[in-house]
Design a protein around this ligand. Structure first.
Ligand code: 6MZ
Length: 373
């Protein structure tokens, strides 16, 4: 099953049986070591080894080192075939039927499904790779194909896609990405739902992205924005908050003495903007010193909408059940409180009300079995 499990002592059935919603998962950061081994074996010339793509239990890296890891991973997923893990049969034409596949996208989706995730919003940054002929469009299409094929296999998981803007690309690339997102938003009937702003938070400035983000919002795309992931970014944070994002990624320093403030917290509370919180990611990348100091504690104590997420389950060697278990054990949550946390996360998905109702039905159906009531 999932590689991260091998590194963890135990996981009780409750957390894996708990139906879950995953709203903050970067595709390339979510590749398990199992899939990663296959990718590494296909590209021996790159001389990449396992430890360059995962942070094992008990180990830490700086956020800067994490971003270097994503660049290493990107070298392994540089063609549409890699994103799908399709191998073209030599003698046949370039045609989907010609591929045998175990796709990265499908692997990631399957792993989330195996972990009890019933609804998943995957996010990923469209990339062009001249060497392999991959365009941003084929990149997006490859992911959509992975989602489609998973659906055909009747996995018990509903998967959507948020197109990501990497801050490193700057405003021009962001504009291009928004245009692409708008096209797919219109053509995919609810699979592409929104836009994510992510990437190294030390790169670029929020104001550079205002125009494309506003354009995306105007077009009806939902906005999930990484903000306040590092300290002392009050102005930057307020600029992004003024856009009234639909969800906030991390928000680690909103409530801290280092660049956070009561104003920021009040703003987020007044507008009830949900937070996507990723415990292991923040501790392993050292933006949070320890689990018990994680800002989940603060936001949970004031009953602010918060969703437990993995961020990059491959890189941080975790999975969503484990994140729930960590939150519960660190902050002394009862099983019933953990259930409510998961049930309430349905409120914050980007899909339509009808999807929300279906998920609530599913949760209510499973409740007696999971909680033994
Ligand atoms: C900000 C992050 C991130 O898009 O190639 N990404 N951005 N903060 C984080 N916290 C650790 N973790 C991942 O997935 C990898 C990309 O997601 C963003 C970075 O832009 C990274 O390059 P995709 O599928």
């Amino acid at each position: 099953m999932i590689e991260a499990e091998e590194q963890q002592p135990c996981k009780t059935d409750f957390y894996s049986e708990l139906p879950k919603v995953e709203l903050h998962a970067h595709l390339n950061g979510s590749i398990s070591s199992h899939t990663m081994k296959k990718l590494i074996a296909q590209k021996p010339d790159l001389k990449i080894h396992d430890q360059m793509t995962v942070i094992d239990k008990g180990k830490k890296r700086t956020l800067e080192e994490c971003f270097q890891m994503f660049q290493t991973i990107h070298q392994l997923t540089s063609s549409p075939e890699d994103i799908l893990m399709w191998k073209k049969k030599k003698e046949e034409a370039y045609n989907l039927d010609c591929y045998e596949f175990t796709k990265v996208t499908k692997d990631v989706i399957k792993e989330f499904a195996d972990d009890g995730v019933k609804y998943l919003e995957l996010r990923s940054t469209p990339r062009r790779e001249n060497a392999t002929g991959m365009t941003k469009k084929t990149y997006v299409e490859s992911i959509l194909e992975g989602i489609k094929q998973s659906k055909q296999e009747n996995l018990d998981i509903d998967v959507r896609y948020l197109i990501a803007v990497d801050r490193r690309g700057g405003p021009l690339v962001a504009k291009e990405t928004v245009k692409l997102a708008e096209e797919f938003f219109l053509s995919t009937e609810g699979t592409v739902l929104g836009l994510d702003l992510s990437g190294d938070p030390t790169v670029g400035q929020a104001k550079d992205f205002l125009e494309p983000l506003l354009e995306a919002k105007k077009a009806g795309l939902k906005l999930a924005l990484h903000l306040s992931e590092i300290p002392n970014q009050k102005k930057e944070t307020q600029i992004l908050l003024d856009l009234l994002p639909d969800r906030i990624g991390h928000g680690t320093f909103l409530n801290s003495g280092e660049g956070g403030s009561l104003d920021l917290v009040d703003f987020v509370r007044q507008h009830r903007i949900p937070l996507e919180l990723c415990l292991t990611s923040n501790v392993k990348s050292q933006t949070v010193p320890s689990y018990d100091q994680h800002h989940f504690g603060f936001w949970y104590s004031i009953a602010h909408p918060s969703v437990i997420c993995t961020d990059d389950k491959g890189v941080f060697a975790t999975h969503l059940s484990q994140e729930y278990q960590l939150a519960a054990e660190t902050f002394n949550l009862t099983q019933s409180q953990v259930w409510d946390l998961s049930y309430e996360s349905i409120n914050y998905i980007f899909a339509s009300d009808s999807t929300r109702s279906e998920l609530r039905k599913k949760w209510n159906h499973l409740k007696p079995r999971v909680l033994h009531i």
